[in-house]
Ligand binder design. Structure first.
Ligand code: SAM
Length: 274
């Protein structure tokens, strides 16, 4: 959609873009094309679009996917999209609630067995939404997201970098992360205050498999909650710390930020609650 089209539609629908809902609508066709190209949707695939807004990405996704599920919180936009795209599965509601692991586990929203996610995410929900997906039993095969640059740097960070943290480790446990494009605020109407990036997350397998029940999330959180402290001391409540450090070739003085994903897995697999 162009700036003129977006302005006209907003006026026809008599809406004022809401800051609280992160309503910065895409008006740059080049950026739309980059997102759609990276989503690489095949005719037999199911796509979940979060926050379809005025439909800047929806039109292409609707044409390409076998099934398109769109979750939009704003009732006025949901109503508009439902009429514009007959056949779309439009859910009006908060994506973080709808996709929360507890809602998904209780089958309130049964996730398809295989699906991709494509979204220009509202900034306020990018982190909670990513957490929903990485904690879910049924994870997307891939995600193409436009998010604030700062969050994408955290997702893609390497060990020892200041942006490397718990969100990085939880995401990279399941996904290979690539930042494909920086998006200027001029590509949206109204313009957001920050730069955005298009980031692609693709499912990956780790060399070592994380065992069921291993305290992975617990030790990663403990380690990064006090990232300046030695990890060994922060997880001392577990049995097998010395053995785990040896098995994963972790220096005894290491801090959380020094461990790569494989080392976190090996360590978590070795530890037992005291
Ligand atoms: N996809 C459109 C585009 O690219 O122009 C709109 C993107 S805009 C950045 C974010 C959209 O997410 C808005 O339509 C907003 O109403 C919707 N939204 C905000 N919070 C939401 C939530 N918690 N769940 C679902 N949709 C939400």
């Amino acid at each position: 959609m162009t700036l003129t089209e977006v302005r006209q539609l907003i006026s026809e629908l008599d809406i004022r873009p809401s800051k609280a809902l992160g309503q910065n609508f895409l008006i740059d066709q080049n950026i739309r094309d980059i997102i759609i190209r990276n989503a690489d949707v095949r005719p037999d695939e199911t796509v979940i679009e979060i926050g379809p807004g005025l439909g800047a990405l929806t039109e292409d996704l609707f044409k390409q996917a076998r099934r398109l599920i769109a979750i939009e919180k704003d009732a006025r936009l949901a109503e508009y999209l439902r009429h514009r795209f007959l056949g779309i599965e439009l859910i009006q509601g908060d994506a973080v609630e709808i996709l929360s692991p507890s809602a998904v586990a209780s089958s309130l929203f049964p996730l398809p067995s295989s699906f991709k996610v494509v979204s220009n995410l509202p900034y306020s929900i990018s982190t909670p939404l990513l957490e929903c997906f990485v904690e879910s039993k049924n994870k997307p095969r891939s995600m193409v997201l436009t998010i604030q640059r700062e969050v994408s740097l955290r997702l893609a960070a390497a060990p020892r970098h200041k942006d490397y943290g718990a969100l990085t480790v939880f995401t990279q446990l399941y996904y290979h992360v690539t930042i494909v494009h920086v998006v200027s605020p001029h590509c949206f109407y109204p313009e957001p205050r920050v730069d955005s990036t298009i980031v692609v997350l693709e499912r990956r397998d780790t060399r070592t498999k994380l065992e069921d029940g291993a305290p992975f999330h617990q030790i990663v959180r403990l380690g990064f909650n006090q990232r300046r402290k030695m990890l060994r001391k922060l997880i001392a409540e577990y049995k097998g710390v010395a053995k785990g450090f040896q098995a994963a070739a972790i220096a005894p003085t290491a801090r959380a930020e020094e461990l790569n994903i494989e080392q976190w897995i090996i360590l978590a697999n070795t530890l037992k609650p005291a």
